[in-house]
Write a protein that binds this ligand. Sequence first.
Ligand code: MN
Length: 425
Amino acid sequence: MTSWVTSSNGHPDFPLDNLPIGIVSPAGGTPRPAIAIGEQVLDLHAALEAGLLTGAARDAVETTGATLNTLLARGTAVRHALRQQVVAILATGSTAERLSHRLLHAAADCTLQLPCAIGDYTDFYAGIHHATHVGRLLRPDNPLMPNYKYLPVAYHGRASTVRPSGAPLRRPNGQRKPASDPVPSFGPSRNLDFELELGIWIGVGNGIGEAIPIAQAADHIAGYCLLNDWSARDIQGWEYQPLGPFLAKNLLTTVSPWIVMPEALTPFRVPAMARDAADPPIFSYLADASDQGAGGLDLALEISMLTPAMRAQSLHPHRIAKSNARFLFWTPAQMVAHHTSNGCALRPGDLFGSGTISGPDKGQEGSLLEMTEGGRAPIALPTGETRRFLEDGDTVILAARATNGRTSIGFGLCEGTVLPAPGSA
Ligand code: MN
């Protein structure tokens, strides 16, 4: 199927098969819901005003302003209806083409906003190779904690510091205590890192005390994005015991601002990661045949870096790792079922991070902590520079793309640049 928006036909990220939803501000305009299509965006309020939306999809867009929370809260059926109507608007032969100047904005002229007012953000730890690599740095003989294969481990993050791609990261101050120092000191983090993660947006929520059954959990997921869980490893190593991540993690979390809907990812569904014969059986509240059969995602992920020296030489960003969402030990549906298994309430627009997604091999690490073995083995860049951890001026870019013989869909950029700590140059 092709579109009259010709830039979308064969587009590697935003063809008619993708249609991610977001909140955009056109030049001089207020934030509004939109759908990415090629190098353009479809303005959903303009589509509404042109009478191109009907029924529940029209009602959903009519009540949507600067955030998508209420739209996502309407659930899977309304999302399907909206998607079908948008396909009809954009498909080749649609009479909507004659309204193109009213319906479309050039993506380059739009500012992408955070898509939701995020009530709560939870970060999981479902990337088993990351958990193994990091565990090995601390416990060489027994890297995975005993709970790892029984439940999807997570901590509650900080929603107030989630920002869309492009937001700068100010190097945080904090307490650092290298093993060689007898006492901690306060100052700029020296071990600033990124984490390559999949973000998961919650659609329909649940009330307190209402566990979401695993068989229905996928219906509560409104879509996906990329997520960079920036991390200050030196602050983390000193502060985290015994209650877990705190100021090392809530400095900033960057998301790719388009929400890629589950429907767009259907052709790229794969089985959940296979468990070893020796692994414990899955508790029934986390076990579902269709989730095990198709709850995984074959989504290629990559991390690139651009340093000030590379920028000065007009070099392109340099890819430092490739990974895949297949390397998640727990599925997004299992995260939803586990998160609510005690009756915890999720709300529309809540955000999950999957946990850092690393592959088993060299070149597949989702963080510098793993790539450099805790900072001991610096990585080399095309300029001859090396990095143990991030330096001021470094840009980190995450990307995701799913492809098959027929189509390709992408997530758009998730990038951020490190600024000097407050009070320094
Ligand atoms: Mn994380």
